[in-house]
Design a protein around this ligand. Sequence first.
Ligand SMILES: [Zn+2]
Length: 279
Amino acid sequence: MSDYSTADVTAWMLTAFAVNKRNGAELQLDCPECGHPSCYFNVKKQVGYCHSASCRETWPLDKLIDKVGYSPDHIGFTVTPVIDTVVSRPVALPKAAKPIERLDTAVDALAYRGVTWDHIQKFRIHQDDTRLYVPVYEGGVLVQYNSRRVRKENPPEDWFKAGEKPYRYASGHPITHYLLGFEECRLWGDIVLVENSFVSMWLRDIHATATFGSHLSDTVINKIVHSRINHVTFLWDQGTEYASQKAQRKLKELGVQSKVIHIKGQPDDYTKEELKELL
Ligand SMILES: [Zn+2]
């Protein structure tokens, strides 16, 4: 259990998630992982559970905090729900994080994910002793970063065998407000959405960008609607059908065409040629 009071947790839950129903200490929300509506969180026990048969994710409070990107401490800083007035506050990478250089082992490790030296420079990927950092910029300002735990004691091909909770973001800034490299993709007619940052770099030549998980927030939908993008393809991991169909409905209401590609596993289980045939 955390030190947060039930009232703090309740207030935070209601701000951070679209809670569909409240029944005493039980909140019913769309599962942050799969989007299924039968996900229940108990604000007294501070744990939740998704009842979708294909998901069955448990949601202790700290895992939800990881997902949202800010904790109940930051509730006062929560962005207002009026989308047009969202202000991107600047973020800093941890001080120890340095740009990856040409001869670093990180270049070899990332090559196993299909990420080239050009990608590393273009996306300004950083590293420290235990993590890789993918900065997220908007309007030339660093607004978030996605950091990935890596095992540098392993050979480069095994750096990404990092076990539990490999991702971390700057707190206080919902990662779900951003798409990776949006300043470039907002000018494209079509985009392909994938969950993972490195997968999106590997597939950048087929217009992929990363959603950092299987959720398309209203903020991101608003950005898409106000861009040149008129077609969106969902290439999310297996088990995200509810989430992608829900996002697809919202896009359709706003006049953006989309297509959902259901795959087994995740995109990097396939070759790029196989994925191109599915698009
Ligand atoms: Zn679920």
